[in-house]
Design a protein around this ligand. Sequence first.
Ligand SMILES: Nc1ncnc2c1ncn2[C@@H]1O[C@H](COP(=O)(O)OP(=O)(O)OP(=O)(O)O)[C@@H](O)[C@H]1O
Length: 306
Amino acid sequence: MRYTFIVNPNSRSGMGGMIWEVIEPELIKKQIEYECYRTTYPGHATKLVRQITSDGCEHTLVVLGGDGTVNEVINGIENVEKVILGYIPTGSSNDFARGLGLPKDPDKALEVVLHPGQIKKMDVGLLTRAGKERRFAVSTGIGFDAAICHQAAVSGLKVLLNRLKLGKLTYVGIALNRLFHDKPVEAEIILDEGEPKKYKKVYFAAAMNHPYEGGGFYFCPKARSDDGMLDVIVISNLPKLVVLLLLPTAYKGWHVHFPGISVMRCHKVCIRTKRALAVHTDGEPVFLRKEIKAELLKEKIRVLTV
Ligand SMILES: Nc1ncnc2c1ncn2[C@@H]1O[C@H](COP(=O)(O)OP(=O)(O)OP(=O)(O)O)[C@@H](O)[C@H]1O
């Protein structure tokens, strides 16, 4: 098998580049047939993958980066059914790896790529907003969770905490800040083109393909990336202090037992908010929107897993 590595040297504030320096000699030592493309700017992974997959042939793409790089790669693939995806997580939050049970240690992750226990067929999410489409691997969300991603993207805190090997805490720190600045909003959720359901004081709503987002928040514990369904979480109608107290329980998935937390399952969801709010796909900020629609592609992608 020939492997095409897409390396984001900038992931985890430069850690990705250092990890590649360790991985590449291993590939050479093991006489693995590979080629490597390094990203040099945001959006580059999408462009590279679009070029690579435009030949219509089968490719084994191995992503070395964070969830944002996985998102960019997935968005560049011409035909997801023609691609086998491997992953070496070098991001700050790594929810894609967490959801698939992939090792975080780069050497062990490489072992899984080279000697996978199974090749799992994974659903790929599709976000539509204002007529534009964007795929997602882990989740898409509107409101508070997306505002955190927006702030993380421009915050020096992420760089600092990544240097201290505490990158995961970026999202916790920013979450606290956003919680006290953002006003919850009225929203309407439509599952599978059914009756709209109204929610008051919505902090965020997310459609999830994997169970974790935001660096380990187990928001949708029952989400499975191969079941052809999206799990939707809505946090609404709670005082800010209660949301603050509930957030840590989401690391274990215990939040689902509290009132104000709704978790639902569907094939497609439409979320409309009274005000335009931040939107994300896989933690990467998109634009402010009042309406988003999420569903799954008909085609699945194959992923190298344990
Ligand atoms: N060479 C580069 N220089 C600057 N930014 C880059 C470069 N290559 C890719 N990027 C951008 O880096 C962003 C962050 O990458 P990624 O999400 O993989 O890592 P991370 O933010 O450390 O991890 P996570 O998403 O898991 O928190 C992506 O949005 C991507 O567009």
